[in-house]
Structures are given as C-alpha cells and as structure tokens.
Design a protein. Sequence first.
Length: 344
Amino acid sequence: MGILPNILFVLALILGIGYFARNIRKIIRNIRLGKAADVTGPTAERWKNMARIALGQQKMVVRPVSGFLHIIVYLGFIIINIEVLEIIIDGVFGTHRIFSFLGGFYDFLIGSFEILALLVIVSVVIFWIRRNLLKLQRFWKPEMKGWPKKDADLILYIEVILMGLFLTMNAADFRLQEMGVDHYNQAGAFPVSSYIAGWMSAWSETTLIAVERVAWWFHILGILFFLNYLYYSKHLHILLAFPNTYFGRLKPQGQFNNLESVQKEVALMMDPNADPFAPPAEDAPPPEKFGASDVMDLNQIQLLNAYTCTECGRCTSECPANQTGKKLSPRKIMMDTRDRLEEV
Ligand code: SF4
C-alpha cells in the first residue's frame, strides 16, 4: 500500500477543512448583510469576557446538573483536539502515536481522554433521556418540531459514535501492544478500553489491525464530518461562542439604548410650538427606518447572536408572554432570523 493511505488522508483533510473554510466564509458574508454595530469599548474587557464565558463556561454553573454535564462534553471536545492533532500528524506522515515520546505524560493524556470519552457517553445518554423520555417542556415547544429536534438528537448520536470509535481504536491498539506486534509500541494508558480489549482476546492479529485501522479512519472522518455538520446545526455555537462573547454587550444588564428616533418624536409631541405637519427641511436626511422588517435591518451582532443560539429554549421558558400561552417565543425569533439569513 506504501504511501497511498497517507495520500488519501491528506486528500480527506483538504476536502474536510476546505469545505469547512468555505462555510465559515459564507457565515461571515451573511453576517455582513447586517448594519454595522458599535463594538467599541475596552478590548481587555472583551477578551476577559470571552475567556470567562466561552472558554471558562462560567454561565454553565448557573444550572448545576446540565451545567456539569455540558462541561464534561465541552472538556471532551477541547481535550480531544490534542488527540486529533496526533491523528493528523500520524495520518500525514504514516507514523503511529507520534506523541508517545512524551512518556508518562502521554500515558496520562491518553488515560484522561479515555475517562473523558466514557463520561461524554454517560452525559450524552443523560441528555438523550432528558430530551426524549423525560420530555423537558422547553424541548417540545412547537418551534422544535422537524429539523431542530432531529438536529439535537443527531448530534448526541454522533458524539456517542465518535467516542465509541476512539475507545474501540484504543482497545484494539492495546491488544496489539500486548501481543508485541511491530509498529504498535508500548504507549498510552487504557483505563477504559482495556475492558473492551477483554472481548477481543480471541481475535487474530490481522483482525485486530483491521479493527484498529477502520476505527482510526472512521474516527477522523467522523470528526471532519462533524466539523462540517456544525454549519447546518445549532451546534455552531461551539465555535461562534468565542466571537459572540467577545462582541457581547459591556453595558450593565438591562440598560436600554436610547432610541434617538423615538426621543425626537416624543420631544416633538411635548413641544407646544412644534408643527407636526410642517414639511421637513430640504437638506434633512431621509428618515431612518423604524424597527426591523428583514435581516438587513438588524445589526451584525444581532445576526451573530442568531447563528450562536443553541436553541436551548431558556429564553422562551422565562418569557412571561410565552408562559401565558401566547405564541411569542424569543428562541423562535433567533431561529427564524438564522433561517431567513440563509434564505437571503
Ligand atoms: S437565545 Fe434563547 S434559545 Fe438561544 S441560546 Fe439564548 S436562551 Fe437559548
């Protein structure tokens, strides 16, 4: 086979990352359809917000149960990237476990990836149960029918498959290491997959190599698929949470912006000498549009918000109008804004 697998791997990588970059460019183009937004303010505070909320997941601890589960899945996502880096180097250069020279630290890394992978599977199962068996009300609102529901479930299945492939790959590798097969040097700790490897004890070397390779390939192809799936999914927030928190409001919560157009109208009404029927001055600029009738009337931050919405429905479940049975749903506004943006 020689270098054929390496060439195929590089091609898959170029295709996967290229398509992803194309979609990111589409998102940037779409957001630019909006009006310019005021993003002035201390840069240091913006970075701090991003580190605290997007990286540190500060808001997650507000609801301890789902927060804890989300943090596990999020940590799994971040840490698994180190493992993906190794897979990429191995795939391009035909090496095997290139980082194994790190010795004890490598064992620690692989061991913690495995524990995280197991915790991710457990968390995902709990998420699935909350969503589909316990039927949390906010997941079953009318706007969650069709694709949003499928999307939420699909992502859970993808995560289980990816983690399952990772553990299967390690289990076969562990067995091959035990058998002293060439190329499979002693590297890594396998606190979870060593149990799976127990089921593989009767498998031949050829079968184990085939299982290890197939799991390795599907794992990395699955990650590339996942990367590209994000664009079509509510899980785009995994990436957009970073710019979104960077460009977030720095003003105190609840502080309103003064709408100049409204202020002008009110001032006119309060002024006894004003003539409401007087024609505007010749050099007066055309009146600004009031409200928003399409995505172009929103500003770029609002459009970024729509792309970042996770469709968790917490805004809708707290909305007093929605609680009284009205159809108003802040989540639906976000979802429709994003759909309309794609349409435009
Ligand atoms: S806008 Fe509403 S549904 Fe979207 S992430 Fe925020 S709280 Fe959740």
